[in-house]
Design a protein around this ligand. Structure first.
Ligand SMILES: [Mg+2]
Length: 132
C-alpha cells in the first residue's frame, strides 16, 4: 500500500506516521497543501498512484477540502474514477456537519475526527478493505 499523509501539525504527523509505517510499503509526508497537491499530481501522472490519502483539512497554503476537489479532478483527467481512484480519508479536528457533508459530497471515502486513536483508524482502513 502506498500512502500520502497530509498533516501540518508535527505531533499529529508523527503519530499517524507511527501507526501507518508498519502497514505500508511506501509513504510520503506533506506538511502543507501545495506540497500535497504536487505529490498527488506527480503520482497520477507517473501512474504510480497512492492507494490511500490521509488528509487534514486545516493546512497552510491550501486547505484539505480544496485539495480533495483537486485530487478528484486530477483522477478524472486520467480516467481514474470510482474504484480506480485512491481512497481518501479526511482526518480533521473539524467535526461539524457542514465539513463532513462537504467532504463526502466531494467524494472522500471516510472521515475521522481528531482526536482519534489507532483503533479508530484501523476500523476505517478495514472498512475500505485496505487492511485485513
Ligand atoms: Mg492541520
Amino acid at each position: 500500500m502506498k500512502v500520502l499523509i497530509v498533516e501540518d501539525d508535527a505531533v499529529s504527523r508523527k503519530m499517524i506516521e507511527m501507526i501507518m509505517k508498519p502497514l505500508v510499503k511506501e509513504y510520503s509526508l506533506a506538511k502543507d497543501g501545495k506540497v500535497a497537491l504536487d505529490f498527488f499530481n506527480k503520482s497520477v501522472e507517473s501512474e504510480n498512484n497512492y492507494d490511500l490519502v490521509l488528509l487534514d483539512i486545516m493546512l497552510p497554503k491550501m486547505d484539505g477540502q480544496t485539495l480533495l476537489l483537486k485530487f478528484r479532478e486530477k483522477e478524472k483527467e486520467f480516467n481514474l474514477m470510482g474504484n480506480k481512484g485512491c481512497k481518501i480519508i479526511m482526518v480533521s479536528a473539524l467535526d461539524d456537519a457542514g465539513n463532513i457533508m462537504e467532504a463526502f459530497k466531494n467524494q472522500c471515502d471516510g472521515y475521522l475526527a481528531k482526536p482519534y486513536n489507532k483503533n479508530s483508524l484501523m476500523i476505517e482502513l478495514k472498512k475500505l478493505e485496505l487492511i485485513e
